[in-house]
Each structure stands twice: as structure tokens, then as C-alpha cells.
Ligand binder design. Structure first.
Ligand code: PEP
Ligand code: MN
Length: 461
């Protein structure tokens, strides 16, 4: 990395998706406060994730990156957090069982508040208003669209509250593979889906009992190295969000020494990604991302040129370090055949180590006849299967998936209805029943498990 990088050097570059605050002084006061608050995550945890993503790159682990398109302050509740974690754990358990590989779990959680928009303004009932940019910028209510810096502070505190509860869940047995029944499948109405999951849970319990009996439980495996716990049956969990609001990210970027070297860590999350709309080679986001030590994701869509991709890798990972870059491809089922093979070949020629992750959600969004934003389960699966096939054909390997899903239930205990299809055969007419997302449509619990079984069965063969 060039010596001239500082957490603030992005300020000299053009900023895509910039937010203009009416009161710059107020913003400066908030940023100054943020820069004194404690880190949300630690450098040790960040290093540990880098190590584990290195294993993903070497096909020794699989990455599950999942959660909401956008979190909201109001959805920061006990029920929502535990159902999210429960779904991520259930999904990963199915993968572990089928693929016989450790799963690295990274939630879109505890900080995923800001959203890029295709247009800065929108027309609501004949009125031109600023677009909603996420809870850390402005309000969903059309009368609350002026960016307010106080929302950045609220985002910090909602992130810490979420992570505090998450850490509690992880250390008090909820996330233990010894008790997967606590993750609640009670509302899954498909008997075959429940049966399939219970078979895995029974098998896993037997396997863990056996391990305990023969005394392997206290030995840490190579997967668990990199500093930290090492108990079979306990799971790691990491947080992530799109690194969009650079002023916020800068305020939480801190210098620490690790293995006798000084590094700048973004302490707002373990993993951050650059969105498909902010990955310009000479732009502010790439400038910021190139200097942080965290493992980073880059969204790769159909408008990425193959040469541009390898230049981007040279910028963000000049020393070709393992575990640093995860490429999250999101072309759309109809476009993946035109782009993925070329991108794989460009990266192979460049010699850059990367993990390839499939995001089958963002290239497949459509508007239903009733006007609701939705995604078709079948199309999501089409992109995912095409991705698996193309990686195989190119002598490469899919290292993980990035999904927007939710285990959220309504008051009566029913799953959300935002994507059509899946084993529950959700129809377009049913979308309005429990549509709760205020951003992109998410797979519900049952649809997510359908995807988990599909991937798990693929890797079993
Ligand atoms: C997202 O992940 O929610 C998103 C906006 O993705 P992309 O940058 O790939 O469009
Ligand atoms: Mn999204």
C-alpha cells in the first residue's frame, strides 16, 4: 500500500452515492463523537476472519454471507435478531452436513443500514422527494427525508446493541451445534423440509456425542486456528455491511498493531463490501477500501470489464494476500453466461487469490403485477446452478453464497412473503400477505432452507 493512504484520503476522490447534509457543522460534531467511541469489533476477530476466508479460497471452508438487504432501527428486537441467527445457523448446518466442510458465517447484520439508490429523488404521490437512503441517513417516511447526522450515532448504538445480543446468544448455548432444535423449526409447515432437517440434526447429535466420547472435542482443528476458541460444536459468527457511508467508516477506522505490524482496521464490522454502484477504480470507495486491513468483498455485476476487475484487485490487494478479497458475483440468471467465465479467466491470469461467492439475488429483482418488488425462487436457483456449472467448467470453484433472507415471522408466526416460488409455491397473489421488507425482497425461512438443501446436495455428489 502506498504511504500516502490515510483513513481520510478518500475525501480527495469523486464520491459515488454521496449524501449531502444541510448542516456540515452538525455532521462534524457527530463524526468527532464517533471517532472517540470504542471499536464495535476487535482486530483479533478481523484477523481470524481473514484466516478463515483464506481457507475458503483454498476450498477448505464455505462462506455463507446472509441477512437483510437493509436493517432498520425498529427491527432491532430480540425476536428479529434471534430468528435471523437461527436461520443462518440452520442454513449453515445443512451445508456443513452435506458438503462436509466448515462454514464461515458472516451476517449482513449489526450495521447494514445504508443503501445505494439508482436515483437520488423519487416521486411520491406527485411530489419529488429525496430517496430513502437507509436508517442511518434519513427516514422511510416521506416527510423525514432530509439527511440527519444524528442517525449515524443511532446506527452506531443500534449496531452495538445488536452485536451485544448476538454475542450473548453465541456464548450462552443458543448457537451450540449441540442444541440445534433451539433454532426453531416449529413454524416450518412443510413436513418434508422438517423431516430432512431433523435427520441432519439427529445425525449431527450422534456425531458430536461420538466425538465427545472419544475425546477429540478439546483439540482445535486447522479451521479454528488463527486465534480463538477451538471447541467442536461451537460456532463463529461475523458481521458485515456495505461500506457506503465513508465518513462513518473513517470515524471507526483505528490503528492497531498486529504481528508487530501497524494496520488500520475498520472496527465497525469484521467484513465490509463495496457495492456494484461504488466500485469505480478512481473513486472514493475503492480509495478507502484499499487501506483497511479487514477482509473485503467486491460486488461484481455485468457492467464490470474483465480488465477492470484485475486492475481493481491490483489496487485493493497489491501484495496478493490470502483471505483479503472476496468477489461477490451478481449478474442475473440471463446474463451470467455472458460474464462469469471471462471474469474467472481474468482473475486466474492475474494470479490474485480470491474467494468466489454467488449473489443470486441482486441481478434477479423484478416488479410484480401488483407493483411489489419481488424475486422468483426459480430464477435465483437458475443463477446459482449456472454459477456452480461455470466454475466447474473453468477449473474454478464456488466458495460461498451471498443471500438476502430472513427468519422473521409475523405475530401469528407466519414467514414473510416477499419472493415467489420455492417448495411452499408462493404465488404472486400471496406476496401482499406478509410483505415486510422496506428494501429488497428476501427469501423466507422455508425458501432459504430449500436453497441450503440444493447447495448441500450439490456438494455431496
Ligand atoms: C445489496 O447487496 O443490497 C446491494 C445493493 O447490492 P449490489 O451492490 O450488488 O446492487
Ligand atoms: Mn439488496
Amino acid at each position: 500500500m502506498s504511504d500516502t493512504w490515510l483513513p481520510s484520503s478518500w475525501r480527495e476522490k469523486p464520491i459515488a452515492q454521496d449524501v449531502k447534509y444541510p448542516d456540515e457543522k452538525h455532521l462534524a460534531t457527530v463524526l468527532s463523537k464517533l471517532s472517540t467511541l470504542p471499536p464495535i469489533v476487535t482486530p483479533q476477530e478481523i484477523e481470524r476472519l481473514r484466516y478463515q476466508l483464506g481457507l475458503v479460497q483454498r476450498n477448505e471452508a464455505f462462506l455463507l454471507h446472509a441477512g437483510d438487504c437493509a436493517e432498520s432501527f425498529d427491527a432491532c428486537t430480540h425476536e428479529n435478531i434471534s430468528s435471523k441467527i437461527g436461520l443462518i445457523l440452520s442454513f449453515s448446518l445443512i451445508l456443513v452436513w452435506g458438503a462436509r466442510l466448515p462454514v464461515v458465517r458472516v451476517g449482513r447484520i449489526a450495521g447494514q443500514y445504508a443503501k445505494p439508490r439508482s436515483s437520488s429523488f423519487e416521486n411520491v404521490g406527485g411530489r419529488e422527494v429525496l430517496s430513502f437512503r437507509g436508517d442511518n441517513v434519513n427516514g422511510l417516511d416521506v416527510n423525514d427525508r432530509t439527511p440527519d447526522p444524528e442517525r449515524l450515532l443511532r446506527a452506531y448504538f443500534h449496531s452495538t446493541t445488536t452485536l451485544n445480543y448476538l454475542r450473548g446468544l453465541l456464548t450462552s448455548g443458543f448457537a451450540s451445534l449441540h442444541h440445534p432444535r433451539d433454532w426453531s423449526l416449529t413454524h416450518v409447515r412443510s413436513p418434508s423440509l422438517r423431516r430432512e432437517f431433523e435427520t441432519i440434526v439427529d445425525g449431527l447429535s450422534d456425531a458430536l456425542d461420538f466425538s465427545r466420547t472419544i475425546g477429540v472435542e478439546s483439540n482445535s482443528t486447522s479451521y479454528e486456528r488463527g486465534g480463538g476458541r477451538g471447541t467442536l460444536g461451537e460456532v463463529d459468527f461475523y458481521t458485515s455491511h456495505e461500506g457506503l457511508m465513508l465518513a462513518y467508516e473513517e470515524a471507526l477506522t483505528r490503528e492497531f498493531t498486529s504481528s508487530k505490524k501497524k494496520h488500520y482496521y475498520n472496527t465497525s464490522a469484521h467484513f465490509l463490501w463495496i457495492g456494484d454502484r461504488t466500485r469505480q477504480l478512481t473513486g472514493a470507495h475503492v480509495e478507502y477500501f484499499r487501506g483497511i486491513r479487514n477482509p473485503i468483498g467486491i460486488k461484481v455485476g455485468p457492467s464490470m470489464e474483465a480488465g477492470e476487475l484485475s486492475r481493481l484487485l491490483d489496487i485493493v490487494n497489491p501484495d496478493k494476500e490470502t483471505g483479503r478479497v472476496t468477489l461477490i458475483t451478481r449478474y442475473g440468471a440471463r446474463k451470467i453466461d455472458d460474464h462469469l467465465a471471462g471474469h474467472i479467466s481474468a482473475v486466474q491470469k492475474s494470479g490474485h487469490p480470491v474467494a468466489w461467492i454467488c449473489d443470486p439475488m441482486h441481478g434477479n429483482t423484478l416488479t410484480s403485477s401488483s407493483g411489489l418488488k419481488t424475486r422468483n425462487f426459480g430464477t435465483i436457483i437458475e443463477e446459482l446452478t449456472a454459477c456452480l456449472r461455470i466454475h466447474n467448467a473453468c477449473n474454478s470453484r464456488l466458495g460461498g453464497v451471498s443471500l438476502e433472507f430472513t427468519g422473521e415471522l409475523n405475530e401469528e408466526g407466519f414467514s414473510v412473503t416477499e419472493c415467489v416460488g420455492g417448495s411452499m409455491e408462493l404465488s404472486e397473489e400471496e406476496l401482499g400477505l406478509r410483505y415486510q421488507s422496506f428494501c429488497d425482497p428476501r427469501l423466507n425461512f422455508e425458501q432459504s432452507l430449500d436453497v441450503a438443501f440444493l447447495i448441500s446436495n450439490h456438494f455431496k455428489q
